[in-house]
Ligand binder design. Structure first.
Ligand code: GZL
Length: 331
């Protein structure tokens, strides 16, 4: 099957492993049905969900750099937080007959039809960063991303340790994008660890959509409407940084008057941890690119790959003796 010419794929940016950032017209390669030659250059169509946070920007930058390191031709599309744009991009990747589609799905629902179209076209799909809720999980080849339940549990375990000697802990939660795997599972994991200990009460929970602006808006409102807040549990650093602005504008001391627990590990959050304004940063690495490109090349060669690939992640907190020596995060 001949690939369509690039102009037919409006809105897609082709980053070549040979000249990243230069728009190239790729030559059609072997038909999908034939085994690839040893010198075949894998083409990956990557559907990125948006640019909502420093984490996402770092993730996108890492995907592009990893493609270049791996010698992969990358067609990269940023959906600007719209699922319909991701579905359109996947259809463009199918039309172009990429070797592998990689998808960072903004939400868990609504992917059955387009993934069935990819399977019909003989193109394997990798999930990057977030999971999907689908009856037929054979519609994707594998998942590369964090264990969000464990991230939530790690946040809860820090709070259990921090709250030793306390007889009542009132928690406000600013959650991520509704319907997304990280938001759903970070909430579940956190509650799982604290359940059964009636000292802990989540007195307010609201979605901030992983956006810094929403984190600030919600925290301003929470400070005016919720009494006796002991802890802020925020599902990502972007919202935390916004919330801390609100806390300081209210004349309160983040990390002292309100305990701050956040997830991601962006440089901005680590800097505030070192200053004592954040108490715990649960790492969620954005650097998934090398693993994605390796698995994409293995799929293209017809090799088996793991269904689930979790990166190794850590927790940074005030209890660490070497907080000041945390190396630069890169995003
Ligand atoms: C987690 C990722 C989340 C980050 C947020 O893997 O999907 O989305 O925690 C980002 O910063 O917006």
């Amino acid at each position: 099957m001949k690939r369509k010419s690039l102009p037919a794929l409006l809105g897609l940016v082709v980053l070549s492993a040979l000249a990243a950032g230069v728009l190239l017209l790729l030559q059609p390669s072997a038909d999908k049905a034939e085994p690839v030659s040893a010198d075949h250059v894998t083409i990956v169509g990557f559907s990125q969900l948006g640019s909502e946070s420093g984490w996402r920007v770092g993730n996108s930058r890492d995907i592009v750099a990893a493609a270049e390191r791996a010698g992969v031709e990358l067609i990269f599309n940023n959906a600007n937080q719209k699922q319909e744009n991701q579905i359109d991009a996947i259809r463009s990747f199918i039309a172009y007959q990429v070797d592998v589609i990689a998808l960072a799905p903004i939400v868990e629902e609504g992917w059955e039809n387009v993934l069935a179209e990819a399977r019909e076209a003989g193109i394997p799909v990798l999930l990057s960063d977030r999971y999907i809720n689908i009856a037929d999980e054979s519609l994707f080849a594998g998942y590369i991303g964090s264990d969000f339940l464990e991230e939530g549990r790690a946040a809860g375990r820090f709070l259990l340790r921090k709250a030793q000697g306390c007889d009542s802990v009132r928690i406000v939660e600013i959650a991520g994008t509704e319907g997304s795997t990280p938001a759903r599972q970070r909430a579940i994991g956190f509650r799982e660890v604290l359940s059964g200990d009636d000292r802990f009460r989540i007195v307010h929970s609201v979605s901030g959509d992983f956006l810094r602006s929403r984190g600030k808006e919600h925290m301003l409102n929470i400070l005016e409407t919720v009494e006796d807040i002991d802890v802020l549990y925020s599902h990502n650093d972007a919202m935390t940084l916004g919330a801390i602005e609100a806390i300081e504008e209210a004349g309160l001391l983040p990390g002292r008057d309100i305990i701050i627990i956040t997830i991601d590990g962006e440089q901005g959050a680590i800097d505030l941890l070192k200053q004592g304004k954040i108490n715990c940063v649960v790492e969620c690495t954005a650097l998934l690119g090398d693993l994605i490109m390796d698995l994409a090349q293995r799929l293209t060669r017809g090799e088996e790959i793991p269904r689930i690939s979790h990166p190794v992640e850590q927790v940074f907190s005030e209890f660490d003796t070497d907080v000041q020596n945390i190396p630069p995060r890169g995003y």
